[in-house]
Design a protein around this ligand. Structure first.
Ligand SMILES: *[C@@H]1O[C@H](CO)[C@@H](O)[C@H](O)[C@H]1NC(C)=O
Ligand SMILES: *[C@@H]1O[C@H](CO)[C@@H](O)[C@H](O)[C@H]1NC(C)=O
Ligand SMILES: *[C@@H]1O[C@H](CO)[C@@H](O)[C@H](O)[C@H]1NC(C)=O
Ligand SMILES: *[C@@H]1O[C@H](CO)[C@@H](O)[C@H](O)[C@H]1NC(C)=O
Ligand SMILES: *[C@@H]1O[C@H](CO)[C@@H](O)[C@H](O)[C@H]1NC(C)=O
Length: 348
């Protein structure tokens, strides 16, 4: 009975809208969308290819303004194979972000990158150049305050990271987190062997044998120097537990202005590692993921491990200009000559 009633109704639109009619209607609809979409949506509308077929609706129809672009939308948009590559940056570090992105695009992993913008200037800049790849998780930081390592602004920035990473795990993705003063020389994903909860690198500079253990590194007086600069986390309860502990450790140690005791997120990460011994961790090989204190300071070691380096970290140096100059001196500043390889293009 129901079928009989429906038939005439469902037949009608088909006879009314024959194939040409449908085509014209679609054209008109597309035209209207093109004309009336607000400017802020236009870039995504013009680049529908950026959404892979599997990652469902293009954000162009959801996002009215990048200000409202949520972490859930952004992660869904960029994730490939269940994984998101994340950094957390403020506007002054845009050149370093660009350098890092060029190195990732050379390894063909840039489509998975989600930039967590710490201020609106960076959010708008990245999404203008590369729609959908930046998100801001309020509140935004004061961009000037976040610039100086060791300042309260810098601490505020680093202390928010574990929460952002946890949020992404809770959404169901694996996360590769990097500081943007890093450069990829090879594809790091090949090194994420096995099914461990979390993968990281040691920030110590002492040379280890090539076959060193992949367990939590030995501590000096109960202290380890695992780097919070590069962490790969699988979407497991173990990884979530570690991040929750890291957030707790940071909160338990509020910012202080006394020179000697300025906190920083890395010791808190190490304390969290020692308090969650039940989780399955994997220390990445030093030859592939060396600390900047080794890579930039021991040419002999670099020669001996030639061809093995995967991600290089420009740390063990203070100051924006010093970092920049060091990258230039070592041929790792890609921004000037290789901007065509950046998903952001040339940045004036
Ligand atoms: C969209 O994809 C098609 C084919 O896959 C390609 O030819 C075209 O250049 C792409 N357009 C953009 C804007 O990336
Ligand atoms: C997808 O992830 C699986 C498991 O992590 C991995 O083995 C595989 O190589 C990945 N595929 C691509 C195309 O990245
Ligand atoms: C850092 O965060 C604290 C607490 O949320 C806030 O009171 C302070 O103003 C922030 N400082 C900077 C420089 O962003
Ligand atoms: C590394 O190799 C040396 C010499 O081949 C061996 O004695 C040592 O046990 C190995 N260490 C590990 C952690 O496998
Ligand atoms: C490293 O290798 C380069 C080129 O092969 C060579 O010129 C340089 O002297 C070596 N440096 C050290 C410290 O071994």
């Amino acid at each position: 009975m129901a079928q009989q009633q429906q038939r005439p109704i469902s037949n009608r639109p088909i006879s009314f809208l024959n194939r040409n009619g449908l085509f014209l209607l679609l054209l008109a609809l597309l035209f209207l969308l093109g004309v009336y979409l607000p400017l802020s949506e236009a870039p995504l509308f013009l680049f529908p290819n950026r959404t892979s077929p599997s990652s469902s609706p293009s954000p162009s129809f959801v996002v009215s303004d990048w200000r409202d672009y949520s972490l859930a939308q952004a992660a869904k948009f960029v994730a490939k194979n269940g994984t998101v590559i994340v950094c957390s940056v403020s506007y002054p570090f845009l050149p370093f972000l660009n350098n890092w992105l060029i190195s990732i695009s050379r390894q063909k992993h840039h489509e998975k990158v989600l930039v967590i913008a710490e201020d609106y200037a960076l959010l708008y800049k990245v999404n203008e150049k590369w729609p959908g790849h930046a998100v801001l998780i309020p509140p935004a930081l004061d961009p000037k305050a976040a610039h100086h390592f060791g300042s309260q602004g810098f601490y505020n920035l680093t202390s928010r990271r574990p929460q952002h990473l946890l949020d992404i795990l809770e959404l169901g993705y694996n996360v590769m987190y990097n500081d943007v003063d890093m450069v990829w020389l090879q594809d790091p994903f090949k090194y994420l062997q096995g099914n461990h909860d979390v993968y990281f690198m040691d920030d110590m500079t002492a040379i280890k044998p090539l076959n060193h253990s992949h367990g939590l590194p030995p501590s000096r007086n109960g202290v380890t120097y695992v780097c919070s600069c590069m962490i790969f986390l699988r979407c497991t309860s173990g990884a979530k537990l570690l991040l929750k502990k890291w957030v707790e450790e940071i909160r338990a140690q509020p910012w202080s202005n006394t020179e000697a005791k300025k906190p920083h997120d890395q010791p808190a990460f190490n304390r969290a590692l020692h308090k969650t011994t039940q989780i399955d961790v994997y220390l990445l090989p030093q030859s592939a993921f060396p600390s900047g204190g080794l890579y930039f300071k021991n040419q002999k070691w670099v020669n001996e491990t030639k061809g093995k380096h995967v991600i290089v970290h420009n740390n063990y140096i203070v100051g924006y200009n010093n970092k920049l100059k060091r990258f230039q001196d070592f041929g790792l500043w890609l921004v000037d000559d290789h901007s065509h390889q950046s998903p952001l293009g040339k940045i004036e």
